[in-house]
Every structure is written in C-alpha cells, then in structure tokens.
Design a protein around this ligand. Structure first.
Ligand code: NAD
Ligand code: TYD
Length: 381
C-alpha cells in the first residue's frame, strides 16, 4: 500500500534513480519521496528539474555511508519504505578503483540496512501502520557470464511484444533467480555482496526485503561513460568509438522507463524475501548495437548512410570482460504481470533523439560544470 507512505529513494540523482523518483513523485502525490544522494560525478540534480518543486519531494545531499545522518533522516521523515539505487555503477571505474565500490556498494548498503533495522524492528516491522520494505536494486552481472553457444545467433526462445523483429539469442542459458552468484568484476562483486547482506537481514532479523536483478538499461540521463550515451556523443562529434575486444560481447538491453515501471510493481506487489530478475528479452552483440547507433545518429543528423562507420575502432579488451548476459524474466512476468513496453528500435530512436536534443546536458556533465555548481551550493565532495 502506498497511501501516506514516506519512501526514501537513494541514488535518485543518477540515471535510473531519476526515472524512479520522477515516476513515484508524479504517480503517488499522497506519498512523500525523499531522494538521498551524495552527488558524486554520476549524480546530477538537473535530471530532476521537472519534479524538484513538487510538494511531495525532498532532496537531501547525504552519503549512504553516514550512519548517524541516515538514522536521523529515517526518524525525522518517518520513513517506511526504502528503494536503494545509490551505487558506484561503472565496471571500468571499478577496475581502476575497487575500494570506492566496496565502500559505497557494500558498506553503504549495510549502513542503510542497519539504520533501517534499528528504526523498524522495535515496532515489529510496522512502524507507521503500513508495514515497511527495504527494496534493493541490483544487477544481472552478479550471476557472472553466460556461454556463447550460438555465436551466429538463433531465434530467441522468449519474446515479448517489445522484442525487436531482428534480435537474436546467442546461447542456451539464461540468468534465473536460482542461478549461482559468480561475479567477475569488482563492480559485480560489490553488488553481489550487497545482495547477500540484504538477504541476510531478511533471513536473520526478519526484515521485509526484496531484491531485483536487472539487465543493462538505456535511455535519457545516462552518464556518458556507459556505451550507449558515450557512443552517441562520439558519433555526433566524429570521435573514435572504442570497441573493446572483437565487439562480440552480448548484453540484454532494457529501456530505463520499463525498469522504473518494474520497480514500481515490485515495490507494491513483490513478495518479501524474494528475488525477481528483470530483462528486456533483447540480446545484442555490442558491434551490432554500435552499428545501429551509427546509422541512427547519421540518419537523424542528415548525414550520408554509414558515413561514420569508420569511427569504429577496436581497442584492447576490458580485463575479465563478461561474454554474454541474458535474463529469463518469466517470473516477474508471470507473478507480477510486468512486460517491457517499448520496442528496441523505438527505444533507441527515442534515446538517440534525446541525446542529440540535449547537447547542453551532455556538455554540462562532460565538462564537469554541474559539479562545480553543486559544489558551490553544497560544499566540496
Ligand atoms: P548511476 O551511476 O547513474 O547513479 C548512481 C547514483 O548514486 C548517483 O546519483 C550518485 O551520486 C549516487 N551515489 C553514489 N555513491 C553514493 C553514496 N555513497 N551515497 C549516496 N549516493 C551515492 O547508476 P545507475 O546506472 O542509475 O544505477 C542505479 C542502480 O541500479 C545501481 O545500484 C546499479 O547497480 C543498478 N543497476 C544499473 C543498471 C544499469 O544498466 N545502469 C542495470 C542494473 C542495475
Ligand atoms: P557498459 O555500458 O559499460 O555496461 P556493462 O559493462 O555494465 O555491461 O558496457 C556495455 C558493453 O559495451 C560491455 O560489453 C563493454 C562494452 N564497451 C565497449 O566496447 N566500449 C566502451 O567504450 C564501453 C564504455 C563499453
């Protein structure tokens, strides 16, 4: 039940978090939405300009590792729901700086869990009459890497209304909720650890908690270090497109608003103690996706077809680069009735158009101007 709840959303100034905040602030005017974000390089309040003055919204600049700050906030705001998205989220950065990932993703999650436990447990997990829930947003990368048993691609066994006509499937296995955790990167290892802590709090203390593991998201407001926004921006400016290895790695792509809708459903109807996998039934080899991006950008900018294919530059592979991610999302589809809604072609078209139309946003985040602005407002990070 949502009426009258106060929901603390962590990482709401980031890519997925901003879509979740926007959805909840607009859809649940009776709920108070408190967005807690440290505003790292990846957090940008401009992502929320359209909802920031709503009466049911509050932003608090805070590190999720700040135990006393989080504890006071839970009490002051009478929080009875937490949707936890704050994290360090980029695999390449985790290879360069694993400590920051352990700190935020593992210790930060543990800090939130322990603060929530102390706030909620004394009331028998029913602090204000609506129950309570700790909802942890995680990644499919915790499951490791799937085999590419069909490198040429076969017709996929699962499709949805949103699956694109051309998409293929590159293996026989899919990540399921009962799959083993086999993380390879420091990022996925830190997320796996945080998932285990959430389950431990459920199993040990009885905390109502739920975890979802989602595939790669794409859409507006994604920081341009991730493949899709980075490459759209590079194609526009005719900069090289650094393809790791042979570009044969496969990812399952989901439009970010479809993920936000799944989060809404799981928050309201998910079963405590359970895990749900969320994915797009939408596997693409990186190189095929990159060619779609080049064609789409060139078409929208009125350039000649394939004019910018020569920007594709094969570079040294990412260490420990996972070969293939593919999600079996039948559980959330059957049990909660979720479906991805947007066809990939349409989602990519919308996304490319958004980045081309929002060059100011891209310039702001790539130049670091917005960080200087927020540093002057909130102090140095
Ligand atoms: P993002 O990097 O765009 O945003 C992360 C946000 O967390 C930023 O606003 C940042 O300022 C904030 N943050 C970082 N450290 C913090 C700290 N110590 N205290 C408070 N706030 C802090 O990430 P995203 O892509 O939006 O991912 C959000 C969540 O979803 C993450 O938990 C990620 O693991 C998960 N996820 C992401 C994807 C994806 O494709 N992007 C897929 C599946 C799951
Ligand atoms: P990314 O967006 O970093 O997401 P993740 O590593 O979490 O899947 O990368 C998506 C895929 O694109 C991944 O296989 C790595 C690859 N990639 C490149 O080939 N070049 C790049 O510059 C980047 C950022 C990613």
């Amino acid at each position: 039940m949502t009426m009258g709840r106060t929901i603390l959303i962590t990482g709401g100034a980031g890519f997925i978090g901003s879509h979740v905040v926007r959805l909840f602030v607009s859809k649940y005017p009776d709920c108070r939405i408190v967005n807690v974000d440290k505003l790292t390089y990846a957090g940008n309040l401009a992502n929320l300009n359209d909802v920031s003055d709503r009466p049911n919204y509050r932003f608090v600049k805070m590190d999720i590792c700040d135990f006393s700050g989080i504890s006071s906030l839970l009490e002051e705001e009478r929080v009875d729901g937490i949707i936890h998205l704050a994290a360090e989220s980029h695999v390449d950065r985790s290879i360069a700086d694993p400590f920051t990932f352990a700190r935020t993703n593992v210790l930060g999650t543990l800090t939130l869990l322990e603060a929530a436990r102390r706030h909620w447990a004394p009331s028998g997990w029913n602090p204000y009459g609506n129950g309570c829930l700790f909802y942890h947003i995680s990644t499919d990368e915790v499951y490791g890497s799937l085999e590419m048993t069909h490198p040429e691609g076969i017709d996929p066994p699962f499709t949805t209304e949103a699956s694109s006509a051309g998409h293929k499937c590159y293996g026989d296995d899919f990540f399921t909720e009962s799959g083993k955790y086999l993380p390879h990167s420091p990022y996925s290892a830190s997320k796996a650890s945080s998932d285990h802590f959430v389950r431990a709090f459920h199993d040990t203390y009885g905390m109502p908690a739920v975890v979802t593991n989602c595939s790669n998201n794409y859409g507006p407001y994604q920081f341009p270090e991730k493949l899709i926004p980075l490459f759209i921006n590079n194609i526009r400016h005719r900069r090289p497109l650094p393809v790791y290895g042979a570009g044969e790695n496969v990812r399952d792509w989901l439009y970010v608003e479809d993920h936000a809708r799944a989060i809404d459903l799981v928050f309201h109807n998910g079963k405590a103690g359970e895990t749900y996998n969320i994915g797009g039934c939408n596997e693409w080899k990186n190189i095929d996706l990159i060619k779609i991006l080049v064609r789409t950008v060139d078409r929208l900018l009125g350039r000649a077809e394939d004019e910018d294919m020569n920007l594709i530059t094969y570079v040294t592979d990412r260490p420990g680069h996972d070969a293939r991610y593919a999600i079996d999302s039948s559980r959330i589809r059957k049990e909660l009735g979720w479906e991805p809604s947007l066809q990939f072609e349409e989602g990519i078209g919308r996304t490319v158009r958004w980045y081309l139309d929002n060059q100011d946003w891209l310039d702001g985040v790539t130049s670091g101007d917005y960080m200087k602005y927020y540093d002057s407002m909130y102090g140095n990070r």
